[in-house]
Ligand binder design. Structure first.
Ligand code: PMP
Length: 305
């Protein structure tokens, strides 16, 4: 089925090749933007596309503008409406990734958030796996520390902060690995370059708390709820580096990465080097929910057609 490459740009839905910014754009110089990443899953049996937790993603995006003081006045519900219209008009019948960002759009100098015009742009990509969810991921604890809340607020998904992620990701990949794990400025486990992390030990799930300089992931929140509904205990706490090495199971979660298990950290095999039973159960539940094959959690997905 044919799809159209459309974007939302300067208040209109336009062909993506017409959505162009000036090289003088403020955000391009200073990273003064906030963004989101939302997935849509195509269910071939139901011949329909389902967007995962779109309102929650836009609530976080608007919270990001609040933290950074970006002057932006649309409500999350309005952004949901614009996005659903864009997705529908684009006519995708496959898995997609939606990238909205709110940026300082003025052609101006001087890094600041006050007194500078902003705008929102939204584009869509076809996207299946971002990292392999079937084979175990090989990881390292990054030599780069995670930015902290008093340096660049980590609860805001702020573009400039992703310089930190890029350094860690490149270091990991250039060392022949798949992904990096950040420690926070106190030396506790924080998150991956673009994903949250969970570990399982003696049947209990643990994940770094919000004060460990993590992004408050929508997937993280979903995994906490799914795990508790499956009867597991989930604890949000500070996690030390060596707890990673002795975990029975370890996995990343995030919109891009989905639920992807980790086989190795710093050359140490995690568990017995295969996907753990609890991770597998959670991963299965997650994929069922996002593709709307589950009888519950229907309010987490928005049907497009
Ligand atoms: N941490 C970081 C740094 C991220 O970039 C992402 C991806 N948005 C996540 C965690 C996971 O967040 P979410 O589940 O909302 O995609």
């Amino acid at each position: 089925m044919d799809f159209k490459e459309l974007s939302y740009f300067e208040g209109n839905i336009v062909p993506s090749d017409q959505a162009k910014l000036s090289i003088q754009t403020h955000a391009l110089q200073y990273g003064t933007a906030v963004f989101g990443g939302i997935r849509g899953y195509y269910n071939k049996d139901k011949k329909n596309l389902y967007i995962f937790r779109i309102l929650d993603h836009y609530k976080r995006l608007i919270n990001s503008t609040k933290i950074m003081q970006l002057q932006f006045f649309k409500k999350p519900e309005e952004l949901v409406e614009i996005t659903l219209k864009l997705v529908k008009e684009s006519n995708y019948h496959e898995n997609i990734y939606i990238r909205p960002y709110i940026y300082t759009s003025a052609l101006q100098l001087s890094p600041r958030f006050h007194d500078v015009k902003t705008d929102i742009a939204i584009y869509i990509l076809k996207l299946n796996d971002y990292l392999d969810t079937k084979k175990g991921l090989k990881t390292m604890v990054s030599s780069w520390r995670r930015i902290e809340d008093n340096i660049i607020p980590t609860m805001a998904k702020a573009s400039g902060g992703y310089v930190n992620s890029a350094l860690a990701k490149s270091e990991a990949v250039q060392n022949g690995l798949d992904e990096a794990i950040f420690l926070d400025s106190s030396g506790f486990v924080s998150e991956g370059s673009a994903e949250n992390i969970f570990l399982v030990r003696d049947g209990v799930l643990y994940t770094p708390q919000l004060s460990s300089s993590i992004l408050e992931g929508i997937t993280r929140r979903s995994i906490i709820q799914i795990s508790r509904d499956l009867g597991y205990t989930v604890v949000e706490k500070t996690i030390s580096r060596s707890e990673l090495y002795v975990a029975d199971e370890l996995f990343f979660c995030g919109t891009g990465v989905q639920v992807a298990w980790i086989s190795e950290v710093d050359k140490r095999t995690i568990g017995n080097g295969t996907i753990g039973p609890i991770t597998e159960k959670i991963q299965n539940a997650y994929f069922q929910i996002v593709t709307n094959q589950s009888n519950s959690y229907n309010d987490w997905v928005t049907q497009i057609y």
